[in-house]
Every structure is written in C-alpha cells, then in structure tokens.
Design a protein around this ligand. Structure first.
Ligand code: ATP
Length: 247
C-alpha cells in the first residue's frame, strides 16, 4: 500500500473550549481534497497543526509517513502552507520575494531566478514582477504568497480559503495552477466556503462540524448518504444540521 500524503489520528486541540475533537483523517497521495464546514468549525486549526504552526494537545500527524511532531523540519520540506492572510514583504518585488524564499530553501542564485521566473509566469504576475508588493491588491498578494509557497516544489499543498478576494481571472489562474499540480502527482488540501469550487475541483470532500469529521467522500457518496439528488449546498446544510443535532 502506498503511504498516504496525510494521516491524522485522534487529533485533539482545545482553546477555551474543544475545537478539534479526536479527529481521524487520511488523504491519499495525489488527491485533491476539499475541507468544508461552517465558520468556527475548526478547519484552520486542523490545517495549522498539519503545517506545524500549532501544537496539538493530543494525536498524531504523519505527512508521507513522516511524523510531523517528531521530525517537523523533514515534514515542512514536503509541505506548503498558504494562509488566507497572505504575508509578503511590502518592500520587495515579487521577483525579489521569490528569490528570497528560494534562498531560505538553500536554492542557489541561478536556479532560484529560474524558479522565480517560472512561478511568476505561471501565476500571471509578469506585468508586476518588478513592482513593490506594498502596493498590491489582496488578490495579487495571494498569488505572490502562493508562488512563494511553491518555490520548494512541495508534495502536499495546504491552502486556507485560497480563492477569497480573488477576481474571476485570478481565481481561474489559481485553480488552474492547483489542478496542474494535482495532475503532476502533488496532493492538494484546501478549505473553501465556495461550494461550487469543492464540487468541481475536489475528488473527495470532508465536512467538519464542531471539530469533528461528520461526513466524507465523493460528491456521489455524500449524495447517497443524504438519500436524494441534491446540490452540494443542500447536502452540506443537511449534514451540518444533522451533526449539530448529534453533538
Ligand atoms: N489561537 C486561538 N486562540 C483561541 N481560540 C482560537 C484560536 N484559533 C482559533 N480559535 C477558535 O477556534 C474555533 C475554530 O476556529 P477555526 O479558525 O479553526 O475555524 P474555521 O473552521 O477555520 O472557521 P472559518 O470558516 O470561519 O475560517 C473558533 O471558535 C476560533 O475562535
């Protein structure tokens, strides 16, 4: 059996109340997986723990078989994290930022430049490649941050609401880049509130409610569970309402 891209078991995290509760989640290598759930369900908290930005209270996270808590550096080498609040240096241009990130990954000058150029073209940043990021719109910053996250050729890309605030053209570019990545064997996990995006792009969808995985599967699986032909929106609302009754 091939090693999963992500294997989470019994993951638990509380702040002032339980936010992630005994969560098991397995994502296959090469899969495009969408994580849905109402506001405050715990999606970002789960992904921040996977990305090594937040320490779990309990549970295990294995990324391509690497124990993310025991060997965080090795895990981070294969993961990219793209937050919904892009952090890019205002005083750098996209080209400078990408070369800087490449330097952090110890990619040397010429290779760093080639990688930066490749990502700039791929994400349609060429017209602004030498402008300071400080003047960019949220959508532009989101694309620069995504480019930065791809510099080290990660095998697992984790994105929190990557399409929020993007206009139709930028959203299409980001979606195309992600689909290209999946076609080349990379695994993508993303949260989204845009159900149409999950419906069209994801192979499997996981629904989180109150820190628990309350349903998971292809769209057809989720429809079968609800027992009628419905849109993802109807399925989602039904599942979350049922989850709330059980909790
Ligand atoms: N650092 C923190 N300290 C205290 N509470 C936190 C912290 N981070 C998250 N929370 C709380 O944990 C709960 C889950 O938040 P989280 O951001 O994981 O939800 P989400 O499913 O990503 O929501 P959304 O769809 O709104 O982004 C929320 O009630 C949030 O206020």
């Amino acid at each position: 059996m091939t090693v999963p891209a992500l294997a989470i078991s019994r993951l638990t995290k509380s702040f002032d109340r339980p936010v992630v509760v005994d969560l098991d989640l397995t994502i296959r290598a090469g899969e495009f997986y969408a994580l849905l759930g109402p506001n405050g369900a715990g999606k970002t908290t789960i992904l921040r723990m996977v990305a090594g930005l937040l320490r779990p209270d309990a549970g295990d996270i294995a990324i391509f078989g690497i124990d993310a808590q025991r060997d965080p550096v090795a895990a981070k080498r294969v993961v990219a994290w793209v937050s919904d609040e892009p952090m890019v240096y205002d005083r750098l241009t996209p080209m400078e930022y990408l070369e800087f990130v490449a330097g952090l990954w110890q990619i040397d000058g010429r290779a760093a430049q080639a990688k930066a150029n490749e990502l700039i073209d791929w994400l349609g940043l060429r017209p602004h490649a030498n402008d300071l990021c400080g003047g960019f719109s949220k959508g532009m910053l989101q694309k620069v941050a995504l480019a930065g996250a791809l510099v080290h050729d990660p095998q697992l890309i984790i994105l929190d609401e990557p399409l929020t605030g993007l206009d139709a053209g930028s959203a299409r570019q980001v979606k195309d880049v992600l689909l290209d990545k999946v076609r080349s064997g990379v695994t993508v996990i993303m949260t989204t509130h845009i159900l149409e995006v999950a419906e069209r792009m994801a192979e499997r969808i996981g629904v989180i409610s109150q820190g628990r995985l309350i349903a998971e599967g292809t769209l057809a699986d989720l429809r079968a569970r609800i027992g009628r032909e419905s849109s993802l929106e109807d399925i989602f609302l039904d599942l979350v309402a049922a989850g709330a009754e059980v909790a």
